[in-house]
Design a binder for this molecule. Structure first.
Ligand SMILES: Nc1ncnc2c1ncn2[C@@H]1O[C@H](COP(=O)(O)OP(=O)(O)OP(=O)(O)O)[C@@H](O)[C@H]1O
Ligand SMILES: [Mg+2]
Length: 393
């Protein structure tokens, strides 16, 4: 029963004939599977809301096609698209009771009173608010989480074929946000409605989505499961956006073989050999070429410099840095290590499964990289990546 949804070369230019046309979507093409909970993720201004509004028909597109299942809806007006939408601001009507808020869409559609009553009761049960419905107050008398549920109920009540959620949890505090995202996933799986969930919070997207797409400047940078995006990011932007990635300045040490594997140096201290599948640069690698080495916190480790010096030859060396902050997070201990910026773009984040003996804040440590797990990216993406990250936070 659920519908797939397909974008085919979708383009959106605002004010195309004007003096300052804004290209908000650039040849967006992908398919969302029937019943899928799909997340759209990306920094502010990347085109998330625009894509949702185009999906709902609230904006017309300037190129390409949009399909619900097999049906081309590109020129179909929004009221003929059977869409449920939750806006970031909830947009509940304060002068109406909760019941009337949820019933509103059906009233407009001239649904019989009896059916409205049954549907509202059913949907308020589904979103976990049967008691609120009995009291039936104005939405102004509800908590943030309750308002959120009413907004979801209102979008679901007339059995939409597609559900669009634009940063629905943005107004909630951190704890409620986590609970509501699990709740939205539960409701979505019960109803099986093909859903797009927009957020700029990568943790939220990874937690809730069956698959996600990362958008930047109106382009889909990468699309996949959260595992794929985390473990196989195709460029430094995605790597930086999904989870924490440490970036080092690397240099190809010698000519690569047929499989492109070649040692890469970080300063004079470390030599690593990334797996060919983890090299995200085009073409062959040549000696002396600058690259960007990416490594997740769990793929770095630290050793105590004073004890390493005692061992023969310093055992593997590493980049020397200073521990800035140690966070004991229970399962792991996270070390923030500051190294010379000739080595890395930023302070390093290193996750260890056990605290390292004798290392306290302010101490010098040597940082090692698990070369097998490292990723190689083109260096020119660095400036963009870091700049956009700052914009987000
Ligand atoms: N009505 C409009 N007229 C002109 N430009 C617009 C209009 N709506 C959006 N834009 C521009 O299109 C681009 C994408 O905007 P959009 O609202 O889709 O971003 P977003 O990813 O939803 O951002 P945020 O995370 O801040 O909500 C931005 O550059 C924005 O300024
Ligand atoms: Mg938006």
């Amino acid at each position: 029963m659920s519908l797939s949804m397909t974008y085919e070369g979708v383009e959106k230019v605002f004010d195309p004939e004007g003096r300052n046309p804004v290209r908000a979507l650039n040849s967006v093409s992908f398919t969302i599977e029937p019943g899928e909970l799909f997340c759209l993720l990306g920094p502010s201004g990347c085109g998330k809301t625009t894509l949702l509004r185009c999906t709902a028909g609230l904006e017309s597109i300037t190129g390409g096609k949009i399909y619900y299942g097999e049906r081309d809806v590109t020129t179909i007006p929004p009221f003929r698209r059977n869409i449920g939408m939750v806006f970031q601001s909830f947009a509940l009507y304060p002068h109406m009771s909760v019941y009337e808020n949820v019933a509103y869409g059906m009233r407009v559609r001239k649904v019989p009173e009896e059916t409205i009553r049954t549907k509202v009761t059913e949907i308020m049960d589904l979103v976990g608010l049967p008691d609120v419905l009995k009291r039936n107050p104005s939405p102004t008398a509800l908590s943030g989480g309750q308002k959120q549920r009413v907004a979801v109920a209102r979008a679901l009540v007339y059995d939409p074929e597609i559900l669009l959620l634009d940063e629905p949890l943005a107004n909630l505090d951190a704890k409620l946000r986590r609970r509501m995202r699990a709740e939205i996933r539960r409701i979505q799986k019960v109803t099986g409605i093909t859903t797009i969930f927009v957020t700029h919070d990568q943790e939220e997207a990874m937690a809730i989505g069956d698959r996600l797409a990362v958008l930047r400047d109106g382009n889909v940078e990468q699309l996949g499961s959260s595992g794929e995006l985390y473990h196989e990011p195709q460029n430094a932007f995605v790597a930086n956006f999904i989870g924490k990635m440490n970036f080092f300045h690397g240099n190809v040490a010698s000519a690569a073989g047929a499989n492109r594997e070649s040692p890469v140096r970080i300063g004079n201290e470390l030599e690593i050999r990334p797996h060919s599948e983890r090299i995200k640069l085009e073409g062959p690698l040549s000696p002396g070429q600058d690259v960007l080495v990416g490594a997740r916190p769990e793929n770095l480790s630290i050793t105590n410099v004073s004890s390493a010096a005692g061992e023969a030859g310093g055992s593997g060396g590493g980049i020397v840095g200073r521990v800035n902050v140690i966070q004991n997070l229970g399962q792991i201990t996270r070390y923030e290590v500051v190294v010379d910026d000739a080595y890395a773009i930023d302070a390093l984040e290193v996750d260890m499964y056990a605290p390292v003996d004798g290392v306290t804040e302010g101490d010098e440590v040597a940082v090692q990289v698990n070369g097998e797990k490292a990723l190689l990216f083109a260096p020119e993406t660095v400036a963009d990546t870091v700049a956009e990250e700052e914009e987000v936070s």
